[in-house]
Design a binder for this molecule. Structure first.
Ligand SMILES: Nc1ncnc2c1ncn2[C@@H]1O[C@H](COP(=O)(O)OP(=O)(O)OP(=O)(O)O)[C@@H](O)[C@H]1O
Ligand SMILES: [Mg+2]
Length: 350
């Protein structure tokens, strides 16, 4: 299989910097997602790994081979990089059957008829399309077509699989089940995967590590749990999951939030004006005051079945709080309530 090393890679389209100083090392057999909002440079980065776009800076290695070096003017074309790719607007050929679509890369490689048949049937089995092998794309659902595109990317046994939002055209349910299919397929084949998505749940569910990108720049590279629990900065905290930001003042290991003193670890060594960040599930709403609670007014409550979504006004801040539904009926909109922070993050302000 393949490890991938990306060193200081950049891409400029004229004046626009789509990707800036991107560096990451991906291990053999690892599943890494590039996650970020629309336009942050994900597709551009993936296309540079594939060789469909030329980097304007830095080096890319696939395995031990330098496939792209802007300085050294090395550029290995896509067909010589040993990759499989599913594009953002995945396209399966409408005039070819499932078998013909999946077999296509092997045909191009001029494999023997027998090998093409054997390998194609194997891969079609792997993506659960055997009953549809002779159908044309218009006779398949969106999810089945998606699996054809995946099969076609896998058939030539690439060392590296590059997937660009491969589930974006599917409905929510199918998207969820495909997450598991892709993950188990990767585990079965041991292929190294770079997966591009703007959907954090997708990235969380499948990845060994996530690269969070914003505006062309890497913000954090970490395991999913760390990205959620220890976001590197305000941008990551805001993009991953839900979060309340509240103005704070930090002095050594204490954050002052409204009239509350909160002990913090302050690993970043912040002093003075800061931004406290609390996830809605890390705030507890209560009818009784404690020494460490803030007083606010409940403005809204929405029953969601397993949980309740509350809004509480504290001075100029409106906090979103998500708690278990057990105490839903005890609270009335408009009344005074008390809130406690169970976990607090602190960032430098902009
Ligand atoms: N060929 C091009 N010429 C000029 N600018 C481009 C070109 N391709 C991409 N860009 C710009 O580069 C930036 C990054 O685009 P890219 O397609 O990589 O984003 P993305 O993260 O994949 O977004 P999305 O989630 O919407 O697919 C955008 O500002 C885009 O407009
Ligand atoms: Mg894209």
């Amino acid at each position: 299989m393949a490890q991938v090393k990306i060193e200081h890679v950049g891409k400029k389209f004229g004046e626009v910097t789509a990707v800036d100083d991107f560096s990451v090392e991906i291990s053999d057999g690892e599943f890494v997602s590039i996650l970020g909002p629309s336009g942050c440079g994900k597709t551009t980065m993936l296309r540079m790994i594939a060789g469909f776009e030329r980097a304007t800076g830095g080096n890319i290695y696939i395995g031990d081979r330098l496939v792209s070096s802007a300085g050294g003017r090395i550029f290995v074309p896509p067909e010589k990089r040993g990759i499989g790719m599913v594009f953002q607007s995945y396209a399966v050929w409408p005039h070819m059957t499932v078998f013909e679509n999946v077999a296509y890369p092997l045909k191009i490689q001029k494999k023997s008829k027998e090998e093409i048949r054997r390998r194609t049937e194997e891969v079609i089995e792997l993506v659960h399309l055997t009953p549809y092998i002779s159908r044309y794309p218009h006779q398949l659902s969106g999810g089945q077509q998606q699996r054809v595109a995946l099969g076609r990317a896998l058939v030539a046994e690439p060392a590296l699989l590059l997937l660009d939002e491969p589930l974006s055209n599917l409905d929510a349910k199918l998207r969820e089940s495909m997450r598991f299919e892709i993950k188990s397929l990767q585990e079965k084949t041991g292929v190294t995967v770079v997966y591009v998505t703007h959907d954090q749940a997708e990235a969380m569910a499948m990845s060994d590590r996530i690269v969070v990108m914003y505006s062309g720049v890497i913000q954090q590279i970490d395991r999913p749990i760390r990205i959620y629990e220890k976001p590197a900065n305000k941008v990551v905290a805001d993009f991953i999951g839900l979060v309340n930001f509240i103005g704070a003042a930090v002095e050594n290991n204490v954050a002052h939030i409204h009239d509350l003193r909160c002990e913090i670890s302050n690993e970043a060594g912040i002093t003075g004006k800061a931004l406290a960040a609390v996830r809605p599930e890390h705030i507890k709403i209560s009818k009784t005051a404690r020494p460490d609670s803030l007083t606010g007014r409940l403005t809204h409550k929405v029953y969601l079945g397993d949980s309740v979504d509350y809004r509480v006004q504290i001075g100029g801040d409106e906090l979103r709080i998500i708690n278990k539904a057990t105490h839903f009926e005890e609270f009335t909109a408009g009344e005074e309530v008390y809130v406690n922070f169970k976990k607090l993050m602190v960032f430098k302000p902009d």
